[in-house]
Design a protein around this ligand. Sequence first.
Ligand code: SF4
Length: 326
Amino acid sequence: MSEQNILLKVENLKMHFPAESTWFGKPTKFVKAVDGIDFQIESGKTFGLVGESGCGKTTAGKCVLRIYEPTEGSIYYQGTDISKITESQLKPYRRSIQLIFQDPYGSLDPRQSVGSIVREAVLADGKKKAEADVKARIEELLTLVELDPSMAGRYPHEMSGGQRQRLGIARALACEPKLIVCDEPVSALDVSIQAQIINLFESLQEKLGLTYLFIAHDLAVVRHIADTIAVMYLGHIVEMMDAGELYANPCHPYTKALLSAVPVTDYYTEQKRSRIVLEGEVPSPIHAPSGCPFHPRCRHAADLCKTQMPPLVDQGGGHFVACHNY
Ligand code: SF4
């Protein structure tokens, strides 16, 4: 991957939230939601960030959007470290990096019509525009997300879940973004609608050259859209590689367990597969285990795993694994 093509580069990103403090307000314990992650996304590509709830993937996305101020680390967007700049310097980046929510209904004002929701986004840059141009742009955006422009007069409660998510996408596209952080954008939808929205994301990427940071808990969803996938566990990336390689050759015990839970459409393959059931719960990030964060649930854990954190190492061909066994 050439440096020039990299749209987003995240280095040693940490987001620690104070969890307990002294009488004087000095924090004594932290929730280490994200604890030193590195990744980069090539322009026009999709990077999937996957893991169970509480692994830190959404927090990482919110840091990229500067909804959270990272505790440590750098976020380079087109070569500029946007983690350190002021709110006024951030303004142009705010339009260029957009967010698509998990729950489109929760993010849409129920009192606003479809047309006025998109209009608001079209006018958000503060530039003067002729009414005819605004109307044409609203129509263009609705068509782009495969909604009939005649729906402009409807309200969000009159739409299906899939239509509402399309509206959320139209609103994000109004700002002409380069990077879209998609936070579980299909997990609230029926499976058949999920496929339609994933296809829409793909066709928009082709048409508009968009780059996605695609956050999901479900590997089955990400496999269809991502070029590169990183698996997160307790604030750390434990495995990262090309999407095809991840499904053909998963190395980390946690990734293997996650993959074993993804249903396979072929009946005979499904019959031959054995499911890896993980024991116990994800530990609290306030009391994260020493050494490898996965060791209390790992069937291969050795003494070393309990004391030493395995580094994320390239095992060859850009396949990164954080495990003492590799
Ligand atoms: Fe399991 Fe040890 Fe590898 Fe962690 S480092 S995943 S505990 S084998």
